[in-house]
Design a protein around this ligand. Structure first.
Ligand code: GDP
Ligand code: FO1
Ligand code: CA
Length: 320
């Protein structure tokens, strides 16, 4: 079976660990492809950084700093300290010494003309992720946040809003710069049309999943896929399990609840993308055209998360 997963960073990475576990359990040999958000991508100190792709890659390799959910375990920060001594901006974004090697390889390959999808495959060669990672697009399409400061509206890069301001400045809108001319990366449309099951990770619905869906052609491809599409709620009890997703949903007028996010993705039978929606026990969601089931959605171990994948498949009639 071919399983294709839409994923952001930390939530997507942890979910993919469970998908990989499911795909190799009980004699299964499913192939898994992840379509990963690249709206968070940014260039700092001349280096091209892809936070969500790297969170997924390092996590699947067992090399991530589990506490932070991004960057490398056992990281050191000597280069960051040196950059600060030079007064090199930005000082609010920390690149670790081990992590920088990834960005150097990526930047050099991009400068030599390789598309991000090829670069990602090359980086994953080293880490043996067991899952094929695809950027949502090979085109630069970076999320910016419209804010108001001193009575003036301006747009800042998503990383500045998220990391520097900790999503503390009210966002008026999210804008994907470069969206008009972006298209799905090499392999993405085939991964959708050739899938037997498509899963939407419990990732940030606004700045991870919706960013992927907004790439021209992506929503249409999903809506016409022959595989059923099942999502898992990142919201439990009206709050994100981790992180600051609650700063994003109201910007799009979406209630911070499992029902709100399920309704935001919408039913494929209407003009949305979902056939099934898993929510956490205690939450409710009545959504026309979407099969909803409650089950534990706390990703406490790969095994527990593999059980979520089994239930997601069962919800749309695929035996696990
Ligand atoms: P980011 O790119 O690093 O922000 O990560 P993602 O977009 O992939 O995922 C962030 C989302 O993961 C947050 O909204 C969390 O609510 C969600 N999340 C994290 N851990 C869990 C978990 O154990 N269960 C569920 N259901 N959601 C989780
Ligand atoms: N997050 C932070 O909160 N502070 C940082 O200094 C920081 C640096 C960083 C460097 C590389 C990388 O891949 C990720 C990094 N992140 C950092 C995490 C990340 O930028 C955000 O959490 C995500 O983009 C939101 O998904
Ligand atoms: Ca992200």
């Amino acid at each position: 079976m071919q399983i294709t997963v839409l994923a952001g960073g930390v939530g997507g990475a942890r979910f993919l660990q469970g998908v990989r576990r499911f795909a190799t359990s009980d004699g299964r040999a499913d192939e898994v492809t992840a379509i990963v958000n690249t709206g968070d991508d940014v260039t700092m100190h001349g280096l091209r950084i892809c936070p969500d792709l790297d969170s997924v890659m390092y996590t699947l390799a067992g090399a991530v700093d589990v506490e932070r959910g991004w960057g490398r375990a056992g990281e050191t920060w000597r280069i960051k300290d040196e950059l600060a001594e030079y007064g090199a901006e930005p000082t609010w974004f920390g690149l670790g010494d081990l992590d920088i090697a990834t960005h150097l390889v990526r930047t050099q390959m991009l400068e030599n003309g390789y598309p991000l999808s090829d670069v990602t495959a090359a980086l994953c060669q080293r880490w043996q992720t067991g899952i094929r990672l695809l950027p949502m697009s090979d085109d630069r399409c970076e999320t910016h946040v419209v804010i108001e400061q001193d009575g003036k509206r301006r747009a800042i890069h998503f990383q500045e809003w998220w990391v520097r301001y900790r999503a503390g400045i009210p966002a008026l809108a999210f804008v994907q710069v470069g969206l008009d001319t972006a298209s799905p990366a090499a392999g993405v449309l085939d991964a959708i049309s050739g899938a037997d099951l498509i899963l939407v990770s419990p990732s940030n619905p606004v700045v991870s999943i919706n960013t992927i869906l907004n790439v021209p052609g992506m929503r249409e491809a999903l809506r016409s896929a022959s595989a059923p599409i099942v999502g898992l709620s990142p919201i439990i009890g009206n709050a994100p399990v981790r992180g600051m997703a609650d700063a994003c949903l109201p910007v799009l007028g979406v209630e911070t609840s499992a029902a709100g996010v399920g309704g935001f993705y919408g039913a494929r039978s209407a003009d949305g993308i979902l056939d099934g929606w898993l929510i956490h026990p205690g939450d409710t969601a009545e959504l026309d055209g979407i099969a909803v089931r409650a089950r534990d959605l706390l990703m406490s171990s790969d095994q527990v998360t593999a059980g979520m994948v089994r239930d997601a498949a069962a919800l749309v009639g695929i035996a696990g």
